[in-house]
Design a protein around this ligand. Structure first.
Ligand code: GLU
Length: 277
């Protein structure tokens, strides 16, 4: 199988050390396998995406010595593809509209069960309020129980350090730990999960290399691949680059941008050393 991987940043902020690590690791793995390294711009969040951040991504990645074929896939150009996929799921009775606000969901959940709200990889696990109400607008949610009835297994291969091996996923975990996820957000007409699955299939991605914060989301992606009849890539969820206090760089307000290291006169080799490559 040809090795194809990608780096898929969102142009919503600076490229920091964690991004640099993810991109260089993916490119290294592609080179070692005689494969291809692709870049994809995940700009479906129109409110937060900026052309200047995108320009910085190209500049920083080139400075690191990375290269990729043009044209680069941009999610904002693929809304029609996402819409058609949603139409297909809708026609199969797998989606429903939901008008619940976050507060509605919290209220519905706190009634029967006091204490901690159950969270999954897509946020609060939806209690199903709108499932049978035939609403006409709002977000589009996946009817998880119906979807699970249509798939056989939900397994995938992981090569990352923390979970390496064949991951066997249980349908009960999807019902209890993920629930009816949002596949089309009000403001986007799609969602991270839907776009990533369709884009990776379109790019022929054989190996997904990304941070281990997305390991739980992979369960959702594997389910969507099965529903669409798309191949499941191999996954490599790498460890996250943390600061000295153990906090994830991406979550820090002062996450050190690559641009700052460049301005200080550091070299790409310094960066490789800093992230342990
Ligand atoms: N765009 C996502 C991010 O910036 C990564 C998506 C992926 O690799 O699947 O974290």
């Amino acid at each position: 199988m040809a090795f194809v991987t990608r780096f898929a940043p969102s142009p919503t902020g600076p490229v920091h050390l964690g991004h640099a690590y993810s991109a260089m690791l993916a490119a290294d793995m592609a080179r070692a396998a005689g494969g291809r390294f692709l870049l994809r711009i995940e700009d479906i969040d129109r409110a937060r995406s900026r052309a200047s951040w995108e320009a910085q991504i190209y500049d920083d990645l080139h400075w690191l010595g990375l290269d990729w074929p043009d044209p680069v896939m941009r999610q904002s150009k693929r809304l029609a593809v996402y819409g058609a996929a949603l139409d297909a799921l809708w026609a199969r009775g797998l989606l429903y509209h939901c008008t619940c606000t976050r507060r509605d969901i919290e209220t519905a959940m706190s009634a029967p069960q006091e204490g901690a709200m159950p969270f999954g990889p897509d946020g609060l696990i939806y209690p199903g309020t709108c499932r049978d109400l035939q609403r006409k607008d709002g977000v589009l949610r996946l009817n998880m129980a119906t979807a699970l009835d249509l798939v056989d297994d939900l397994n995938f291969t992981e090569t990352g350090p923390r979970h390496a091996g064949r991951i066997e996923m249980d349908k009960a975990d999807y019902l209890n730990g993920i629930g009816d996820i949002v596949l089309a957000r009000r403001d986007m007409g799609t969602s991270y999960h839907l776009s990533v699955v369709l884009d990776d299939a379109e790019l022929g991605t054989s190996h997904v290399v990304r941070g281990e914060d997305l390991f739980e989301a992979t369960a959702i992606h594997v389910l969507l691949q099965r529903l669409f009849g798309l191949p499941t890539p191999e996954y490599h969820h790498h460890t996250l680059i943390r600061d000295a206090a153990g906090k994830r760089l991406a979550k820090r307000d002062d996450a050190r941008a690559l641009a700052k290291y460049r301005a200080e006169g550091r070299s790409p080799t310094d960066i490789r050393q800093m992230v342990g490559l």
